[in-house]
Design a binder for this molecule. Sequence first.
Ligand code: ZN
Length: 184
Amino acid sequence: MKKSGYLFPMEHEMPDMKIHTYPDAVLKSTAEPIKNIDENLQKIIDQMFKTMYAAPGIGLAANQVGLLKRLIVFDGSPRDDEPSPHVLINPEIIVGEGSIKWDEACLSVPDYTADVIRNSRVQVKGLDRHGKPLDLEAEGLLAVCLQHEIDHLNGILFIDRISSLKRALYKKKIKKKEKKDAGK
Ligand code: ZN
């Protein structure tokens, strides 16, 4: 889901953040609510956008870059459309309804996708990057993306929502790869 050639405009020049991957403990941890919306947070948000677009991904939660803060960035606009960067601070799902099956992938779970069943429509509230309250309604891909990213803040990965058999197979694959990499 690449936004081809898109460079996120930033006020601050900075390197990409490191994306933590399974089984890193930070992905299993619960993020803390954000109390101070300050200059430092603006830098983190810009850096997360840059990292997300470079990956490329359509969503990124702070846990994935090693920060236990309740913060997500996302862009659910179709591939060839203009980019539409969004931030949610302290996001909360207040309504979830319907059901949808989506083949999900995650920057923290490399080389793997699986069908996950989620709500097809959600209403989410939170704050924008300046602390203004936001109320968002989403369906389809954007609804899936919001549920996936908010799960990250609660230490949940999409592989925690698939069958235990499928998850066991994925873990086996990772172990094999780790062994192979260690042997290099
Ligand atoms: Zn993810």
